[in-house]
Write a protein that binds this ligand. Structure first.
Ligand code: ADP
Length: 301
């Protein structure tokens, strides 16, 4: 069964400089790259690499970046037929400057991602998909409407509450099946800092009390915590040589969704997720770092 991703597509414009400029200052950088990203698109690529059919919905602008974003998804095997091209605006971009110490300045312009509206929700092929993957780089009201429509249709809704929101609307908790915050997002939502297992359990319980069936807290190199009504279990991390943790969370969500779409149990799906997240840290980049099915199977067996 297939997976639907409804969310953002962004072009990351990455400049590297020895130091970051002061206000009003012009300095020379030494490299520039355009890298396709956006949490929605990254999660779609993560699923496609694992060999599970996946369709992306969202909007790009009527510019060159829009074409490039769609092309890179198609190359990864993502069905892009339903992605809308919004001629009234630019594609979503993240202008990123990184210095020699790894410090960065990032300016995100939502562009077409911010124009996603209820008409896009109405066109979602919910019946045809077993799992819907959502994140928070499109308007919150639209995320809520999509989650509620998917719930009506009996589709499993997985929400990655990223980038970290200050709060989620109360109705959203009731419409989501699985919430997957990382440590920062879990703290933002609950006020509980989650450096370790005990605090993660506390935060997960608090989130579950708001109406979510399953909470999976992504704990970086410590693995993850999964909490449901029936059980709370720790998902052990896979031992890897991590060199770049960018998009590990997106790989994790892709792995979780892929396994659930194939009918695997929640505990097995969490292992797939942890393996996908771990493998993504061993390669630089976002979409380029998503593991293949063969790589994932090799790690978990
Ligand atoms: P995010 O990218 O959203 O901040 P995390 O950093 O928690 O999310 O990473 C997501 C998941 O990827 C983790 O829950 C874990 O399973 C896996 N992971 C991340 N970093 C490592 C690591 N250094 N070693 C092993 N697994 C990792």
């Amino acid at each position: 069964m297939s997976i639907l991703v409804f969310g953002s597509l962004n072009m990351d414009l990455v400049t590297r400089t020895h130091r970051l400029p002061q206000a009003g200052e012009t300095i020379a950088g030494y490299s520039f790259e355009t890298l396709p990203g956006g949490k929605g698109a990254n999660q779609a690529v993560a699923v496609a690499r694992l060999g599970v059919p996946v369709q992306m919905r969202g909007r790009v602008g009527g510019d060159e970046f829009g074409k490039m974003l769609i092309e890179s998804l198609q190359l990864a095997g993502v069905n892009c037929e339903g992605i809308a091209i919004d001629q009234t605006t630019s594609s979503g971009v993240a202008a990123i400057a990184i210095d020699d110490l790894g410090e960065n300045h990032i300016i995100i312009v939502a562009g077409a991602n911010g124009k996603v509206d209820l008409s896009d929700v109405d066109r979602l092929p919910l019946q045809a998909n077993k799992v819907l993957l959502l994140q928070l780089e499109i308007p919150m009201a639209i995320v809520l409407a999509a989650a509620q429509a998917a719930q009506q249709a009996g589709t499993i809704v997985i929400l990655d509450p990223a980038p970290a929101p200050t709060q989620l609307p109360a109705e959203l908790y009731a419409a989501v099946d699985i919430l997957t915050p990382n440590q920062v997002e879990a703290e933002q939502l609950t006020g509980i800092a989650v450096p370790d297992q005990a605090s993660a359990i506390q935060a997960a319980r608090q989130l579950r009390q708001r109406g979510i069936g399953t909470v999976v807290i992504k704990m970086g190199a410590q693995g993850a915590l999964c909490a449901t009504a029936a059980e709370e279990f720790w998902v052990s991390p896979f031992a890897v040589r991590a060199i770049d943790t960018v998009a590990a969370g997106d790989a994790f969500n892709g792995g979780l969704a892929a396994a659930l779409a194939e009918g695997r149990s929640l505990s097995e799906a969490c292992r797939w997720a942890a393996a996908a997240g771990a493998l993504a840290t061993t390669v630089k980049g976002a979409q380029s770092a998503m593991p293949t099915r063969a790589e994932l199977i090799r790690l978990i067996s």
